[in-house]
Design a protein. Structure first.
Ligand code: PHE
Length: 540
């Protein structure tokens, strides 16, 4: 049976037969069935469960009747079986003809009651110290009334009830009886109701004829249903975004996970033979086999235009970096490509170049971007249309062909910022990074000279981690090389800072996660995601 789960009928045993089926049979044969009469020996709960099972499918309808019935006590039953106490006394006296008042048979409490009643009824009388019968035949009314109760569970004359109760021959009991009849979806058999639509049912077509259980919209449902929860990475991301927005940054459009070798590597002066370009470090996309020449990305441009427009409207944005509208130069992507190519191969814009024959296939290769600097590069080139001070940031996913271990995944998130302004200095970058990381509670920054093909000088950023009691690397930074910016057409005195860090590292520190696989991927415990408080980066 495909996809049946949940409340399929569970047979209720009544004797050897299923009570649900017995009810169906009875309702089929009678216009109306009183369960107390038809199933006098079945338990009330079982009867009710069976009725509800059928009524929920609208196969039957029923009403509940509360009533009272009269039932015999043990003593009452004994009278039905043997005759009343007065009858038994009269009978014994009649058979003996004369019975001494001291006779053992008259000594029991019930015989005493019977003797009294038999006197009243004039069935016997005292004769000296003996009893003698007054009649040869009697009508045992008490027994007859009780026989009627045994048969009908009621009294012919309701006035007898008080008396019989006092004599503890009968009691009353409440009975619930159900009055059942056919319902709008009457059927002789219980159809199996399907509660889940499964892939198998779709594949074999059985969904077309399946008898689906209707939704019960009146069900109260569960008390606390789990609602969506932000992943810790998203919480930390939101904190970073707020910091960037407060510092007057504009968010870059980072939707393009697949980018070209040009934006990801060549434009950044990553040598064409650089180990990072190797298949071992970069995921290349094989289909389509190659991209066209570098050109504008209309979607990204529209998104960035909209965001810059929004920032211009903001009253409190930083005056020096407020983008000023100037006549926009046409962006010549072919010229830009030629500049990048020439700088790699022969040197240009003050650079001696790498002096290797430039391979035009490399910039056309499609890659899963290995850093968001590919996006920053696109945005910086776009800035050459209207060179001006600008601050951009992005927080999004990047991919690297790494061996997965406790601290590395093949994909992670980068937080990246670029600042373009006139007359920037290295000290200014250090000052900015101190202010930026202070907002995250990281102080006592240390800088270590490093190497990036696209920045000079480059610095790794370290901060003292109180929990670990040592300096930990928190980011990478530098000033973009002039040959990279000049090739874009940016003016000579416009300098650009760049810095990047992973989103995962501060999140792991914040949430006490030691294994990155517990933070991202299929091993993540949903309870961890749902149970974590919103993050507040410690302000120093
Ligand atoms: N792209 C660098 C990285 O992946 C970060 C960076 C960005 C460094 C911009 C300098 C300038 O680590």
């Amino acid at each position: 049976m495909p996809g049946t789960r949940g409340p399929v009928p569970v047979p209720v045993q009544n004797g050897d037969r299923d009570l649900t089926l017995q009810i169906l049979e009875a309702v089929d044969e009678n216009a109306s069935v009183k369960t107390s009469e038809t199933f006098p020996n079945a338990s009330q709960t079982e009867v009710k469960a069976a009725l509800d099972r059928l009524a929920s499918r609208q196969m039957i309808e029923y009403e509940t009747d509360d009533s009272e019935e009269v039932v015999l006590t043990g003593e009452g039953q004994q009278i039905v079986d043997e005759g009343s106490h007065e009858f038994k006394v009269w009978d014994a006296v009649r058979k003996a003809g004369r019975m001494s008042l001291k006779d053992q048979a008259l000594a029991t409490p019930s015989a005493k009651v019977g003797q009294g009643n038999a006197f009243k009824l004039k069935w016997i009388k005292k004769d000296g110290d003996s009893l003698i019968p007054l009649t040869d035949s009697v009508t045992d009314t008490t027994r007859e009334v009780l026989q009627y109760v045994a048969e009908h569970r009621a009294l012919q004359n309701p006035r007898d009830l008080k008396d019989l109760r006092k004599r503890t021959l009968v009691t009353t009991q409440k009975i619930i009886t159900y009055d059942a009849r056919k319902g709008p979806r009457w059927a002789r058999d219980i159809p199996v109701e399907v509660t889940d639509l499964t892939a198998d049912m779709l594949a074999d077509g059985s969904w077309k004829t399946a008898n689906f259980k209707p939704y019960n919209f009146k069900a109260l449902g569960e008390q606390s249903q789990g609602v969506g929860a932000l992943h810790p990475l998203n919480k930390v991301r939101e904190e970073f975004r707020k910091i960037f927005f407060n510092l007057g940054f504009t968010e870059m459009p980072t939707g393009r996970f697949v980018d070209t070798g040009f934006w990801n590597f060549d434009a950044l002066f990553v040598p064409q033979q650089h180990p990072a370009r190797d298949m071992q470090d970069t995921f290349y996309v094989s289909d389509p086999p190659e991209a066209g020449p570098p050109g504008p990305d209309p979607e990204a441009d529209a998104a960035l235009n909209a965001m810059e427009e929004e920032d211009r409207d903001e009253e409190d944005s930083d005056p020096p970096t407020r983008p000023t509208q100037q006549p926009t130069k046409h962006l010549d992507y072919a010229q830009y490509y030629a500049n990048v190519r020439a700088t790699h191969q022969d040197g240009a814009f003050g650079s001696i170049g790498y002096r290797y024959p430039y391979n035009d296939a490399e910039p056309r290769r499609l890659v899963l971007r290995t850093h968001t600097t590919a996006v920053s590069t696109y945005c910086l080139h776009r800035l050459a249309a209207n060179p001006r001070p600008a601050k951009y940031f992005s927080i999004d996913r990047v991919f690297r062909n790494e061996t997965v271990d406790a601290t590395h995944l093949a994909e992670f998130h980068q937080v990246e910022g670029v600042i373009a302004d006139y007359g920037l200095t290295l000290g200014g970058l250090q000052g900015f990074l101190r202010r930026f990381f202070k907002k995250m509670g990281l102080v006592g920054l240390k800088f270590k000279p490093a190497y990036n093909p696209y920045t000079e000088p480059s610095m790794e950023v370290f901060a003292y981690h109180r929990g670990l009691g040592k300096l930990v690397e928190i980011g990478n930074s530098g000033m973009f090389r002039p040959e990279m910016l000049l090739a874009m057409g940016l003016p000579e005195d416009l300098r650009v800072y760049g810095f990047g860090l992973s989103l995962e590292r501060p999140t792991m520190i914040k949430y006490g996660v030691n294994n990155i696989r517990e933070l991202l991927g299929h091993k993540v415990d949903l309870g961890f995601i749902e149970g974590n408080a919103a993050v507040r980066l410690d302000k120093a």
